[in-house]
Ligand binder design. Structure first.
Ligand SMILES: [Zn+2]
Length: 413
């Protein structure tokens, strides 16, 4: 039997495993049930024939990296390895197992039901991205059951915290885990006939404007932080218009532009009153960084603009702090790894493949930018990510399993 025929015959196994994964509520924040899900995943990776290991994040590192309200929630990452006879290169498959919080009323009752209905499987995490985990595990099981040797060594990681910042998940993995990949597939970002070759990044800053308080009846004695902030926000409008002129045309022909949004919770700080000159004002900047932009350069440029703009506003003193960031990444899809994957997608789905760039970020940048290896995004995906009635299409779960198996049996690097 071929791996593909095996996958067709065992689609129920894939759905049963996905249902078990979805039933374990791994909502992040705060990071629920990570112990339970990684225990199950470690067992499943071993059952698929890989050497499996679970890594617990040391308590000291956890306390340093997470806010206090999350200190009681342990973090784990799962790693599996399979040496293929004669293979020279190694491919690394990655998925995150955490999910975003749920709200609202779901069509099938519980958001963790895994109900199958009309060719779709419903539940939080079905599309983002426990479905990818179930697809990959069936692909590996199919190779083992049909005694089909992969042409690449295989590494598999299931990691924490992608829905927050991945610092203790994929971020920890690329720095600390015993991995040596030549290629990486992060199993989201590209789906259907689209193979993802990069994603945008985010840079989130908070700007505090410092003024001087005075009585509201004598405003000339103070420095009004709110007025200074308004002038600064207007100046940022010019900067946003300048950014708009930078364009990037993706391999599929889509034009993308960097963006900047000012927002946040505006506050005059403690002591803000109608009859007081505000001594403090605060806002945030959400800068979306293009896949091809240099992230540190983008930050330097924005900080320099803010400093210069503040200097041009008399009495405007600011401090700028970083709230968080996610690096962008882009791999030119000219490497044979990309054409091999596109070929597999085309053969299995019988549809021409295109290379896309994802507007949202995922964990690809840890492999593409940090490890500097060819990295693509591909998985079964689905509908209503992060929303009510999140679901994955059964047909696509099966197709992704076949595509992963096809790549492992046809591409040797
Ligand atoms: Zn995701």
């Amino acid at each position: 039997m071929t791996p593909s025929a095996y996958i067709d015959r065992h689609s129920d196994d894939l759905l049963a495993l996905l249902r078990r994964l979805v039933a374990i509520d791994t909502t992040n924040p705060p990071g629920l049930s990570y112990d339970a899900i990684t225990a199950l995943l470690t067992k499943e990776v071993a059952a698929a024939g890989l050497a499996a290991r679970r890594f617990a994040i040391p308590a000291a590192l956890l306390k340093k990296s997470l806010p206090p309200e999350q200190h009681a929630y342990p973090r784990f990452n799962v790693l599996g390895k399979l040496a293929a006879p004669g293979a020279k290169k190694t491919v690394h498959f990655n998925a995150h197992y955490d999910v975003v919080p749920v709200s609202g009323t779901w069509r099938h009752g519980s958001p963790f039901s895994g109900a199958v209905d009309g060719g779709w499987i419903y539940g939080r995490g079905t599309s983002d991205m426990k479905g990818s985990i179930a697809s990959l595990l069936l692909a590996l099981t199919a190779l083992r059951a049909t005694r089909t040797a992969p042409k690449l060594n295989v590494e598999v990681s299931f990691t924490a915290d992608e829905e927050t910042d991945s610092v203790l998940g994929a971020g920890w993995l690329v720095d600390h885990a015993p991995i040596r990949p030549d290629y990486a597939i992060v199993m989201e970002g590209g789906e259907l006939n689209q193979v993802c070759c990069g994603h945008n990044g985010t840079l989130w800053l908070e700007v505090t404007v410092h003024g001087r308080a005075a009585h509201g009846s004598t405003p000339e004695k103070g420095i009004n932080a709110l007025e200074k902030m308004s002038a600064l926000v207007l100046a940022l409008g010019d900067y946003a218009r300048r950014l708009e002129k930078r364009t990037f045309v993706t391999p599929e022909g889509k034009t993308m532009r960097p963006t900047l949004n000012v927002g946040g919770e505006f506050s005059a700080g403690p002591g803000g009153k109608i009859n007081t000159v505000p001594s403090l004002a605060r806002f945030t900047i959400d800068r979306r960084v293009l896949a091809v932009e240099n992230h540190p350069a983008a930050e330097r440029d924005l900080r320099a603009f803010l400093a210069a703009a503040a200097r041009n506003i008399p009495g405007c003193k600011i401090t700028v702090t970083k709230i968080s960031e996610n690096f962008s990444c882009f791999s030119k899809p000219t490497h044979p790894f990309f054409s091999a994957m596109a070929g597999c997608v085309t053969r299995v789905r019988k549809q021409k493949t295109v290379f896309n760039v994802s507007t949202g970020f995922n964990d690809m940048h840890f492999f593409a930018s940090h490890l500097k290896i060819p990295t693509l995004g591909y998985g079964p995906g689905g509908e209503d990510y992060h929303a009510i009635d999140e679901r994955a299409k059964v047909k696509e779960l099966i197709a992704s399993a076949k595509i992963y198996a096809e790549l492992l049996t046809t591409f040797s690097g």
